[in-house]
Design a protein around this ligand. Structure first.
Ligand SMILES: CC(C)(COP(=O)(O)OP(=O)(O)OC[C@H]1O[C@@H](n2cnc3c(N)ncnc32)[C@H](O)[C@@H]1OP(=O)(O)O)[C@@H](O)C(=O)NCCC(=O)NCCS
Length: 204
């Protein structure tokens, strides 16, 4: 654990799959961070996440064996994390990108430190091999969290964001899952042709 940082006692945080009942709490966590994260978006609804969208997303992810987790702290949803395909094309099917959000009243209490490793573990167990994150270069908390959880900085995307009246850089981070590139992936029982045939390519 980091020196001098408060950490939540292990016993009051439970990491578990999210349920539909968690959706309002997750939407509220997201709404808080997205409002603060952009700053100059006039429309309050910009980037809003609607509960039905989140419910649909959860269902779609379950089908693909993708984890959608919450950190439950004494019965309160204190954070959530999930992973989605890195890219839609089948060549990238073993690679995920992820998101993690901790409730603003539970920040810096060790929630991220519990949630992110659980997400990594669940993704590795699902047979995925690489995990990618994009982090605002100014987001010290997220950079530190990811570094502590084994992510390496693999790229810098200059000026890809615009917020608070200025351009912002993104740092790309990556973590190998399981055996990473050390051996051949499992087949998952479905030939790639079937995955390609089933996929909706309209948005690709
Ligand atoms: C990034 C985020 C998920 C971290 O979650 P958290 O529960 O607050 O993090 P933890 O308490 O588990 O701390 C994890 C690490 O982050 C560091 N950290 C946490 N808050 C920090 C802060 N305010 N400033 C600097 N470092 C911080 C800690 O030092 C710790 O690393 P260490 O123990 O190795 O020193 C959280 O800040 C968050 O939800 N931010 C808003 C949304 C966001 O930015 N998501 C990530 C998008 S890429």
């Amino acid at each position: 654990m980091a020196q001098g940082l408060p950490a939540a006692p292990e016993h009051d945080i439970v990491i578990r799959p999210s349920s539909d009942a968690d959706v309002p709490a997750m939407v509220a966590i997201y709404a808080h961070h997205i409002r603060r994260g952009v700053g100059d978006v006039a429309d309050d609804d910009a980037g809003a996440l609607h509960p039905d969208d989140l419910k649909r997303r959860r269902k779609a992810m379950r089908k693909k064996r993708l984890p959608h987790l919450v950190a439950d702290r004494d019965g309160v949803v204190a954070g959530y994390a999930y992973a989605v395909p890195f890219r839609k094309r089948p060549a990238y099917r073993y690679t995920l990108k992820h998101s993690i959000y901790v409730h603003h009243q539970h920040l810096h209490a060790g929630i991220g430190r519990r949630l992110l490793p659980a997400l990594i573990e669940a993704c590795a167990a699902g047979g995925y091999r690489q995990m990618i994150g994009y982090i605002d270069a100014q987001n010290e908390a997220s950079l530190r969290l990811h570094e502590a959880c084994g992510f390496a900085r693999v790229g810098l995307l200059p000026a890809v964001g615009y917020k608070y009246g200025r351009w912002s850089d993104s740092v790309m981070v990556q973590c190998a899952l399981g055996t990473g590139s050390g051996d051949q992936p499992a087949t998952w029982g479905r030939p790639v042709e079937a995955i390609v045939a089933d996929h909706d390519w309209s948005g690709t």
